[in-house]
Design a protein around this ligand. Structure first.
Ligand code: HSE
Length: 404
């Protein structure tokens, strides 16, 4: 029998307990030993819940019990998670976490401590919910020079954007639904301002390129400025609006950003809707490979945590090498990256057309029959810097969305 503990009995923590208990035969068979949850840590009490019998309020009980070999940290937030995880690894216990804030901030250090102690620090559930993406990056996509990793990495915002697009619902109503479904972060700004996706792309880029991407240096823009009118234009021209996290290597330079983008039906991520996430990796010999699945939610996320626990049990005294050093990956300012931009402007399309074209290059003008006083256009392929310079010459721009 192998004893494990779960830190946190919230949405994901209760999912981890449910998955281990419901699928115990399968999980134990895959792990090669009977998996037993010896403790669940939470500050709260859960009267009447079966977990009551194994509930502890004091982390020291778990830390100082030599029978606990593997810990699932599913509390979220940097502290006290960081202190708990670090002390567990130093004690020679393996840790599996869904905590993207912890991994983005302290990943290299915790990976190194696990390596020194011949144990493991796994974090499959930190990106893409239930989608296997971390392990494929560590163990499978190892023969390629990866040019690009791009994804819809936040289930809450994809759920919101999809509902706004397809059902015309307003932002706040859909956000509330996502919260009720257990997708959203405690502080919804983490989702809607793009901070959650920023941490995830930083983790994925660090694993892809083997050096630390500082999430605080990644250009990040959320979805709060996207409106129903943007969707009217997007629907007219066959585009969808998605929140992308992207890291790219070009001519030896590295770029990373999180921002809402417009994509058309030819883009492989076009049909990734609702709470689903999709991640595409572009290798120089592999070509494109896509990962798709539930990006948030209790059981999909718990499935990824438990799969890590199984792996940690299979490699109990054997560290699985993870190529993510503390050395910083220097990011280049995205102002040099090139793309088209979708722009909305007040005024009359016919009157403005020549000014638009001389500033933004050969542009496609778009108008909506039921909307007067404004129009939109798609610019030529220009750099972010060129866009900013051209846009500075107009005081009637309503919004702009990048096109990928
Ligand atoms: N709030 C996150 C999301 C949870 O919506 O994607 C999963 O990381």
């Amino acid at each position: 029998m192998i004893n494990v503990a779960v830190l946190g009995y919230g949405t994901v923590g209760s999912g981890v307990v449910e998955v281990i208990n419901t699928n115990n035969d399968i999980v134990s068979k895959k792990a090669g030993d009977k998996v037993n949850i010896k403790y669940v840590l939470d500050l709260r009490d859960f009267p009447g819940d079966p977990v009551e019998e194994i509930l502890v309020h004091d982390y020291e009980v778990i830390l100082n019990d030599p029978e606990v070999e593997v810990i699932a940290e599913v509390m979220g937030g940097v502290e006290p998670a960081y202190t708990f995880v670090k002390s567990a690894l130093l004690k020679g216990k393996s840790v599996c976490t869904s905590n993207k804030e912890l991994v983005a901030k302290h990943g290299p250090e915790l990976i190194e401590i696990a390596r020194e102690h011949h144990r493991n620090f796994f974090f499959e559930a930190s990106c893409g919910g239930g989608i296997p993406i971390i392990r494929p990056l560590i163990e499978c996509i190892t023969a390629d020079d990866v040019q690009e990793i791009v994804g819809i990495l936040n289930g809450t915002t994809n759920y919101i954007l999809t509902k706004m697009s397809k059902e015309g619902l307003d932002f706040d109503t859909v956000l509330k639904e996502a919260q009720d479904l257990g997708y959203a972060e405690r502080n919804p700004a983490a989702d809607v301002e793009g901070y959650d996706a920023c941490r995830k792309i930083s983790i994925l880029a660090s694993l892809t390129y083997g050096k630390n991407v500082d999430f605080e240096e990644v250009y990040t823009e959320g979805i709060t400025k996207i409106t129903d009118v943007d969707f009217k234009y997007a629907n007219k021209i066959g585009y969808s609006v998605k929140l992308f996290g992207k890291a790219k290597k070009s001519e030896g330079k590295f770029y990373a950003y999180v921002a809402p983008v417009m994509i058309n039906a030819e883009h492989p991520l076009f049909s990734v809707n609702g709470v689903f996430n999709g991640i595409m990796v572009k290798g120089n010999v592999l070509g494109d490979v896509m990962f798709y699945g539930s990006g948030a939610g209790k059981l999909p996320t718990a499935s990824a945590v438990v799969s890590d626990m199984v792996d940690a049990i299979k490699h109990l005294n054997d560290n699985v090498a993870i190529d993510w050093s503390a050395d910083k990956l220097e990011l280049t300012d995205i102002k040099n990256s090139k793309k088209k931009f979708f722009v909305r402007m007040t005024g009359d399309a016919k009157e403005m057309e020549s000014a638009v074209k001389s500033a933004f290059g050969e542009s496609e003008i778009i108008t909506l029959d039921d909307l007067s006083g404004e129009f939109a256009f798609i610019t030529d392929i220009i750099t972010e810097e060129e866009y900013e310079k051209a846009a500075a010459g107009f005081d009637n721009i309503i919004t702009r969305i990048r096109i990928e």
